[in-house]
Design a protein around this ligand. Structure first.
Ligand code: ADP
Length: 209
């Protein structure tokens, strides 16, 4: 699965919640970059200048990192990508990674929200997040990039018939409910691809609520 949405739409929060409930590993490119920045690895040093400016880390760097992460044994039976792909070149790379693993995307969850709401949310969390890219001009730049490059990614998955869009406005719980509803009504993540224990977990998690 993958979850996609503009900065501030709550995709990281929701990815964590879905991951916990379904027992599917969440892979967040933003988190991986930030961890590398924190540890001062060569990847972190390279990525830092882009992240601070609100720019995308170059596709070649990001694609290699994701390819490496998706070769891990913990993602063999599935995963939830958060923050990738964001460009058309990244879609193509992900297609190749998945093809080589004999996997395919079951569902793409899109979180939507109004631009000014997103700016307000991000500014509101800026102090708590301590993120270097949560200043107003960088936030606006990140939103512009989403519009310019990542909306085309959303359209591509819509054309492939695997996109499901969910309103990201409301409390965290409300949005989680909507996402599980979307997952379970989508012939839920094409159950035929899932090991039965995961399919059961989707039903169980959804019916608990
Ligand atoms: P947000 O969606 O709020 O901007 P993320 O944590 O997903 O937050 O990403 C933070 C930053 O990490 C991005 O602004 C970008 O610099 C970098 N990044 C994350 N994912 C990608 C990606 N797929 N391609 C290029 N850069 C990325």
């Amino acid at each position: 699965m993958l979850i996609i949405g503009p900065p501030g739409s709550g995709k990281g929060t929701q990815a964590e919640l879905i991951s916990q409930r379904l027992g599917v590993v969440a892979v967040s490119t933003g988190d991986i970059f930030r961890a590398n920045v924190k540890c001062g690895t060569p990847l972190g040093l390279e990525a830092r200048k882009y992240i601070d400016a609100g720019d995308f880390v170059p596709d070649s760097v990001t694609n290699n990192m994701v390819q490496d992460r998706l070769s891990g044994s913990d993602v063999e039976s599935g995963f939830l990508l958060d923050g990738y792909p964001r460009t058309t070149a990244q879609i193509n790379h992900l297609d190749r990674i998945l093809a080589s693993k004999g996997q395919e995307l079951d569902v793409v969850l899109e979180l939507t929200a109004d631009r000014e709401e997103l700016v307000a949310r991000l500014l509101g969390r800026a102090r708590a997040s301590g993120r270097s890219d949560d200043t107003e001009d960088v936030i606006r730049h990140r939103l512009d990039l989403y519009h310019e490059q990542t909306e085309a990614v959303v359209s591509e998955y819509a054309e492939r018939g695997i996109l499901t869009s969910v309103d990201g406005l409301g409390t965290i719980d409300t949005v989680t409910d909507r996402l599980f509803q979307a997952i379970s009504t989508r012939d839920a993540i094409s159950y035929r691809h899932l090991p039965s224990y995961e399919a059961a977990a989707v039903y169980a998690a959804f019916s608990e609520r």
